[in-house]
Design a protein around this ligand. Structure first.
Ligand SMILES: NC(=O)c1ccc[n+]([C@@H]2O[C@H](COP(=O)([O-])OP(=O)(O)OC[C@H]3O[C@@H](n4cnc5c(N)ncnc54)[C@H](OP(=O)(O)O)[C@@H]3O)[C@@H](O)[C@H]2O)c1
Length: 229
């Protein structure tokens, strides 16, 4: 079987770290990006366990120079999966009325602009039968929003989804995925979330494996079910 290569952006903890771990266990080669020069202890441990399969690279998705430098360092690489997981949230009680313009911009830049800028810069490394995916959220579904809450976060993930649809209008040949991971016990999801990281990331890896080679864009949850836009 040929070697498979993934890049997971925002892999320091939570779902990103879980995805890196899952693909490594499936014998993929993984480029895991973290913010700053010093990988966190969990990533060091993973590097020690998979010295030949894992490469750790610095990337802050809202710093253009870092995206450009990463692209240069990876110029001779080819990817079967480019997965942008990075994201931030301020919780269910977040209200637009209490959010400064600066903070609104920060969430939008981190959750929508940065992920798509990274995809714009790196997508030419992805093979024709490869997958380009973003970590969105069920909360990014406009059709399903009947309860409000998470006001700015929802808007940022809806913006991310729209930007993926723009991208899909230009890239009609590769597999493009907008993923909703479920409610997961991470720093962001909190201790009361219904899923553990392994269940979500195993499901997401299965979805990616099943969709690889199928052209076009889909908004899917970790079980492979379609999420309404
Ligand atoms: N947990 C859930 O229930 C849930 C549900 C739906 C969607 N999601 C989405 O899943 C993704 C991962 O969430 P999580 O639950 O694993 O959250 P998390 O534990 O808070 O982890 C967030 C990850 O994003 C990285 N990140 C944040 N800003 C970044 C930036 N500017 N550049 C690069 N990396 C950045 C963080 O890196 P640092 O360690 O450097 O901060 C960290 O690795 C997010 O996109 C989130 O919106 C999560």
């Amino acid at each position: 079987m040929p070697e498979l290569h993934a890049l997971i952006a925002g892999a320091s903890r939570g779902l990103g770290l879980g995805l890196a771990r899952e693909f490594l266990a499936r014998e993929w080669h993984v480029i895991a990006t973290v913010r700053g020069e010093n990988p966190p202890p969990d990533m060091e441990e993973l590097s020690a366990a998979y010295p030949r399969q894992l490469m750790v690279e610095p990337l802050d998705v809202v710093v253009d120079d870092e995206i450009v430098e990463l692209r240069e360092r990876l110029s001779d690489r080819r990817l079967d999966l480019l997965f942008i997981n990075a994201g931030i949230a301020h919780g269910a009680d977040e209200r637009l009325a209490a959010t400064s313009a600066r903070e609104f911009a920060h969430v939008m830049l981190t959750n929508a602009y940065g992920p798509m800028r990274t995809i714009e810069a790196l997508n030419d490394l992805v093979r024709p039968d490869g997958v380009i995916a973003v970590m969105s959220s069920g909360l990014g579904s406009i059709a399903n929003n009947r309860t409000g809450t998470w006001e700015v976060y929802r808007a940022s993930k809806a913006a991310l989804n729209m930007l993926m649809r723009n991208f899909a209008a230009r890239d009609t040949s590769r597999t493009l995925l907008v993923i909703a991971p479920g409610w997961v016990r991470t720093d962001m999801g909190g201790p009361n979330a219904t899923l553990d990281v392994d269940t979500s990331t195993r499901g997401i890896a299965d979805v990616i494996t099943a969709r690889r080679g199928t052209p076009g864009l889909a908004f899917l949850n970790y079980k492979g079910e379609t999420v309404p836009w």
